[in-house]
Design a protein around this ligand. Structure first.
Ligand SMILES: [Zn+2]
Length: 190
């Protein structure tokens, strides 16, 4: 596997960049991406509190941040560390850790964005089911515990028990940028 901190790595002629500061929820899997900037993610890297990726993401353009839709109180982006192709996160703009700290308006929009995301993913990816959920607190598995995020993971009948076996390096059938573009294009305009 490519080397540790600050070691520039070249993987099959593609420049590798550290995407640990990009928005997403890291898990134990290391991943290799062939194109461009989101190529190699260091295992379990946590961003500092001052550089919360879910606060930074909305300040970037959609392609950079992998945002697929922006609402008034919350937004939807592709998880940089997906369990599956099309793994989305719904985040309030406000930097709050827990669901019961969300306002009525935030709660309502997180819910409606989640419903829209399901419909869009069903259309775009023909998935057979979903896992929805929020990990509340690091002890419960939240990768970025300080900023609330709802997971939407599309599931297919054939997706289980294959990729995680391969040396904890997860290959995904579609590149993140392509997935983002497809989901964003299918998102209904307000
Ligand atoms: Zn934040």
């Amino acid at each position: 596997m490519p080397g540790g901190d600050d070691v520039p790595v070249d993987f099959d002629g593609v420049e590798i960049t550290d995407s640990s500061t990009m928005a997403g929820v890291p898990d134990e899997f290391q991943r290799l991406w062939t194109p461009h900037r989101m190529v190699y993610i260091q295992n379990g890297t946590q961003p500092g509190e001052a550089e919360c990726p879910f606060c930074i993401a909305p300040t970037l353009d959609d392609e950079q941040s992998l945002i697929v839709a922006r609402g008034t109180h919350a937004y939807v982006l592709l998880n940089l560390f997906p369990y599956n192709s099309g793994h989305l996160l719904v985040c309030p703009y406000r930097h709050i850790p827990l669901y019961d700290e969300a306002s009525t308006e935030e709660t309502a929009e997180i819910a409606s964005l989640t419903q829209t995301a399901m419909r869009v993913l069903r259309t775009v990816s023909r998935c057979d089911g979903f896992n929805l959920g929020m990990n509340q607190g690091r002890i419960a598995g939240a990768g970025i515990a300080d900023h609330l995020h709802q997971h939407i993971v599309p599931r297919w009948a054939t997706d289980a028990n294959f990729f995680p076996i391969i040396a904890k390096t997860k290959a995904l059938p579609q590149l993140l940028g392509e997935v983002r573009a497809a989901v964003a294009a299918a998102w209904p305009t307000a």
